[in-house]
Ligand binder design. Structure first.
Ligand code: FNR
Length: 189
């Protein structure tokens, strides 16, 4: 059966490097895999009352949660905001984790890819995010780690990757993630 990989992008801006990096990665999955970009920017900030007080659930939550249910694994591509990851991404994770007892991320493999025009490759964002994913009981790809520094030098205007070495690095991350997805599925059988 085809496996579905959902990409969540932490940046909402139109020309985001994160979106370009996500697209580049999405093209590297092998046959038998389908990828989709999950919109997160339209989700109202999570309020526990939405799930607990009748009539308060925002319209956008149900289709978002249905979409999340349909994916077998996730790739989170994030910029770094003040040494952490953006609120929009945390909000999406929170919305998918509730109501209590209905954590839609539970048991699903996840790869974290952080990027920055700076040299550190958004290390801080990557590790703050990992802390949350562990609590959500996701199965994070541990190695290779994906800190993409100096991102503006690696991509062309149209978002395509400039050189073979970078493509090989991206491919090594996808290959390891595919292995993790396969082994996680086998351990559930
Ligand atoms: C940033 N930026 C940034 N960069 C970084 O390497 N470490 C950081 O802590 C921050 N902090 C930060 C906070 C806020 C509020 C903004 C808007 C930006 C710069 C950031 O890496 C740069 O704008 C990227 O281009 C953002 O990624 P996208 O939008 O291109 O995907």
């Amino acid at each position: 059966m085809v496996k579905k990989i959902g990409f969540l992008v932490g940046s909402l801006r139109e020309e985001a490097y994160s979106k370009k990096v996500a697209l580049a990665f999405s093209e590297l999955f092998p046959d038998g895999y389908e990828t989709g970009m999950v919109e997160i920017g339209h989700l109202p900030l999570y309020n526990q009352d939405f799930d607990e007080v009748e009539g308060m659930l925002p319209e956008s939550y149900t289709p978002f949660r249905e979409e999340i249910k349909g994916y077998d694994a996730f790739v989170l591509v994030t910029p770094e905001y003040n040494r952490s990851y953006p609120a929009a991404l945390k909000n999406a994770l929170d919305v998918g984790s509730r109501p209590y007892g209905a954590n839609l991320w539970d048991g699903k493999p996840v790869a974290v890819i952080s990027q920055s025009p700076g040299a550190l490759g958004a290390f801080g964002a990557n590790h703050h995010l990992r802390q949350v994913l562990v609590f959500l009981n996701m199965v994070p790809l541990q190695q290779p780690e994906a800190y993409i520094g100096n991102v503006h030098k690696l991509l062309n205007e149209d978002g395509s990757v400039k050189d073979e070495k970078t493509t090989e690095y991206f491919q090594s991350i996808v290959d390891a993630f595919v292995q993790l997805i396969e082994s996680t599925e086998q351990s559930k059988q």
